[in-house]
Design a protein. Structure first.
Ligand SMILES: Nc1ncnc2c1ncn2[C@@H]1O[C@H](COP(=O)(O)OP(=O)(O)O)[C@@H](O)[C@H]1O
Ligand SMILES: [Mg+2]
Length: 501
């Protein structure tokens, strides 16, 4: 608030400009003040014996107030007529505008190459806030060695700081084990001769919010779904209606027998019940006389898990309890041995994910990531896709974000012919991913990628030039090109090249 005075006070100081004087007097006083200031500065310089640093700079061409006169365009003298245009024209006039970004809430990923800012991402923070962001799932595609797993691991590692938990139901290369261990989590290794066992028929502890009877029917439903998937994978075909009934009856027998022995049911119990034709007929009641015949194929299918190449791994009480408080849990299937048709891996993955998913149903379990690394190996198995899709549909309400890593988008097309069930399931999974991150694609893959993702010609052109760690992020229809930054500790922890050096 300026001090108002009506009288002019005499003062000895040239630095003081009293009120109530006219313009000419003010100018004279200002000049005197400038001279006094210059004298004082010179005196200070001689006292210290040094020139001030500013003295070495030449005099400014213009005073600090800027270029004098109307050419300065200051004040209200420069007025241009208003110009209106459509946004389409404006984007042509200002072609170098970059996306504003997704906000600052989230996990640091790296640098947004167009906006030159940091890029953060958190599906839970965006869910419900960004238009078109209808689910927290993420699809990550790119050729080998571009840093897909490194990005997934960074997301996992950095999410732990936010209190999110991370589950890896299938790690076919065993590369997540060091990450899980470094974060204080658990990695369960399964394979012939290894001590790890998982019983996929384990019932998860009942969440407090679910009534006892409701939970019992949920557990039964999950077990049936699992048995159906396993049988379908081994048989390579859909089940007949009667076979569904057989599985249901056999599961009932196995659960009753196990309860009598006070232990959880095992796949061996189900296989045993399936092989016992008369027992099934008896338990089947009205349908007696037919079930034993229908069970024959199923009994052979189940035998593979109990006596075949997966013997022991999934047919014994679990050696690890599911720890809902562990920050990371991964299931290492690298020592399973690469079967020619991946069937062993798929069966193991089905059992392992069933075991894990049963425990993920707690709606108060907090925010969780389920990461399917190398998921392209699973694409050709509709039974597994069906399980994945069921789990994805559930996941939104449970606070679970799924991350699926594949090589090419055409991996989704290998799930079946156009119009087939496998293809529809794979395309459904893609539709269920609001976020798609595309790393470098081979040139011949660009048309498939562009049509599946609806990329513009500029976006699909950019895909073939992406370098390691750099990807096109499509987040609910918005595009970003992001360079993922690795911390040196992450770099050494995630290094998958070491094996090839
Ligand atoms: N953003 C990055 N910056 C530097 N190096 C990276 C980056 N992303 C990945 N790498 C390195 O590249 C190698 C291959 O990465 P990886 O994630 O295994 O590839 P992919 O899973 O796509 O086959 C790893 O050794 C990793 O350390
Ligand atoms: Mg990888």
């Amino acid at each position: 608030m300026p001090h108002r005075r009506t009288t002019t006070n005499a003062t000895a100081s040239a630095l003081f400009t009293p009120h109530g004087i006219n313009r000419a007097q003010r100018r004279t006083l200002r000049k005197q003040a400038a001279r006094a200031e210059a004298r004082a500065r010179a005196a200070a310089d001689t006292a210290t014996g040094q020139d001030s640093a500013e003295a070495v700079f030449p005099d400014a061409v213009y005073p600090p107030a800027g270029r004098p006169g109307p050419a300065s365009a200051r004040g209200s003298r420069l007025t241009l007529p208003a110009h209106r245009m459509t946004t389409a024209v404006a984007s042509g006039a200002y072609p170098f505008l970059a996306e504003g970004g997704l906000g600052a809430d989230g996990i640091y990923i790296g640098r947004d190459l167009h906006a030159e800012g940091s890029f953060v991402f958190d599906p839970f923070a965006l869910y419900g806030k960004v238009d078109g962001f209808t689910n927290p799932n993420l699809l990550l595609a790119g050729v080998i060695g571009q840093g897909k797993s490194a990005l997934a691991k960074s997301l996992a590692l950095r999410s732990v700081a936010f209190g999110y938990r991370v589950y890896i139901p299938c790690d076919p290369k065993g590369e997540w084990t060091p990450v899980a261990q470094a974060l204080g989590g658990t990695a369960i290794a399964l394979g012939p001769g290894l001590p790890g066992r998982l019983n996929p028929l384990d019932a998860a502890p009942r969440p407090h919010s679910v009534a006892e009877a409701e939970w019992e029917s949920e557990v039964r439903k999950r077990r049936l779904l699992l048995l159906g998937s396993l049988a379908r994978t081994v048989l390579g075909r859909d089940l007949l209606p009667m076979e569904h009934t057989v599985l249901d009856v056999a599961l009932g027998i196995a659960v009753a027998q196990a309860a009598a022995r006070a232990r959880p049911p095992l796949l061996g119990d189900v296989a045993h019940a399936l092989a016992d034709g008369p027992g099934l007929d008896l338990a089947g009641g009205l349908l007696a006389g037919r079930l034993g015949d229908a069970a024959r194929d199923l009994a052979h299918a189940m035998r593979r898990l109990v006596h075949g190449d997966l013997a022991g791994m999934f047919d014994a009480p679990s050696t690890s309890m599911f720890d809902p408080y562990a920050p990371v849990l991964s299931i290492d299937l690298s020592r399973l041995g690469a079967g020619a048709d991946d069937t062993a891996l798929v069966l193991a993955m089905t059992c392992a994910s069933a075991w894990m998913e049963a425990a993920l149903t707690d709606p108060y379990g907090g925010r969780r990531w389920v990461i399917y690394d190398e998921a392209w190996r699973l694409m050709r198995h509709p039974a597994l896709l069906m399980r994945m899709q069921a789990q994805w549909k559930l996941s939104r309400g449970l606070g679970i974000a799924n991350l699926m890593v594949i090589h090419r988008l055409s991996d989704l097309l290998t799930a079946g012919d156009a119009g087939s069930q496998g293809r529809a399931l794979a395309e459904g999974l893609l539709a269920d991913c609001s976020t798609r991150v595309i790393y470098r694609q081979e040139t011949d893959q660009l048309p498939a990628a562009a049509s599946l993702l609806g990329l513009t010609s500029v976006e699909s052109g950019a895909l073939s030039h992406l370098t390691r760690g750099r990807g096109l992020w499509k987040v609910a229809g918005r595009s970003f090109v992001v360079q993922h930054h690795l911390h040196p500790h992450e770099q050494s922890l995630f290094d998958t090249d070491a094996r090839f050096r």
